[in-house]
Design a protein around this ligand. Sequence first.
Ligand code: AGP
Length: 599
Amino acid sequence: MCGIVGYIGELDSKEILLKGLEKLEYRGYDSAGIAVRNEDGVTIFKEKGRIADLRLAVEDDVHSKTGIGHTRWATHGVPNQINAHPHQSESGRYTLVHNGVIENYHILQKEHLQGVEMKSDTDTEVIVQLLEKFSNGMTTAEAFRHTLSLLHGSYAIALLDSEEAQTIYVAKNKSPLLVGLGEDFNVVASDAMAMLQVTNEYIELHDQEMVIVKKDSVEIQKLDGSIVGRESYIAELDLSDIEKGTYPHYMLKEIDEQPAVMRKIIQAYQNEQDELEIDDAILSAINKADRLYIIAAGTSYHAGLVGKEYFEKIAGIPVEVHIASEFGYNMPLLSENPLFIFITQSGETADSRQVLVKIKKLGHTTLTVTNVKGSTISRESDYTLLLHAGPEIAVASTKAYTAQIAVLAITAALVAKNTGHSVDFDIVQEIGIVANAMQALVDSKEEMEQVARDFLATTRNAFFIGRNLDFCVSMEGALKLKEISYIQAEGFAGGELKHGTIALIEDGTPVFALATQKAVSLNIRGNVKEVVARGANPCIIAMEGMEEEGDTIILPKVHPLLTPLISVIPLQLISYYASLHRDCDVDKPRNLAKSVTVE
Ligand code: AGP
């Protein structure tokens, strides 16, 4: 959560910072600020609200070639102008922005900052006040490293010293941060997307590093002051990947991209002979395991539930799927040779990372399935499988979910092949069929919009039911609807509703029922009858060949194991239109952020 940027060079930094923050707004959007430095000193602009509000507050006639900026998702202190970053030390000498959480800020405040009047309720202010305190008798670099050595928690920091016009100091621990390189300028950002406007050449930073950034040099230091050399890399990103183009919302663009993502995944995992291939070391790690433990949060957890079916049914390996935030503190008894699979679109989710840290300490092997190359969880795992979905910017995850499922299906099929399990379908061909089916569904937007009007226009709540793989998708459908339309929604196993929740069914309650699994099709139809008898308004989404009169949406036929890849598409679109009809902020729903980097 929170995004930070910094610029030092020859151009007016204001617009570069604001544009960078706009690209980082997915990380948090309750307040924002920039600090710019010129011959008059450091000027701060900050506002509660979005970057658009900050833009209005920034004065046109302030010019500067150095600056830092921040967009916030509040953890310590309510979202208001005072708690918005940048924060300044007591004398005004130091100004900084911070992404992360300082767990011991109270202790540090008590031990070192008695008598210092704090202006905000944030943990961040403690960092800048400590720095000023330690700067007495130390250089800024020394004082900064000393301050960092006292911090427990996560941080990405960009710092201005009003006595040093030519430098931005930055530091990183557990929160993402990159330095971008340019001709006569350098930049820093939480994410390459933020600075793609000026450069695509980046240097990755590691935890517990401090960097002295000048317009023509970048010096990375460890906290003991020793200098670290590191090569830069070119970010494989295109500005068009991160622009909305003609779409009204990123979510709609990302829903539409799903057929192409399926094809891209196949290409990415095909070798020169057009055969699917993943790293032998990954196959062998999976083969050695007696049980797979999938760890994830939110939508990625829902993809993990589908992945369990694949590894068990296609490759014959037992799998447990766990919610990351629970697993870390309530670890089950592990098998003798476990392999841990972390599923995370962003690769930065703190709940998943804390499990990874614990698992590594136990010495177990780890594999990350992620969309972001070089992300923290990817770097810290033994192995990575990439999703190749392209940047996902809308807070509601869509194409990453289907990409996760496709990559897990491919992996399970390859493991099965490798271990001599018979696989009676050609996964490449079947994913091709899925891509075409997805295309047909994303092309039927008008129909989906009408379904959203018919079923969700005035309702307070909605239920999603399914059995087997359809149950996994029901949970994802409910999450999608509630997070962007604020309609109370629950995903249930079809058979479970009658054990209590059916009490909530009233006249007109919308119940979305998925019927794509032949073995349980009679049972789910029975569950629909039960809710209809109590007044529910059923929306049945059935697979071609299993449809009955009165069903609302018929899905094109795909392989029975791959139905989650297509049954979710109407649910994504219906949620999108429900959000739109209710005038909600589709891409940036309230209280949320794309990358959840606090536990
Ligand atoms: C769903 O739409 C959300 N964006 C959310 O549940 C998300 O999947 C979760 O926070 C996990 O994120 P990750 O995949 O980046 O780890």
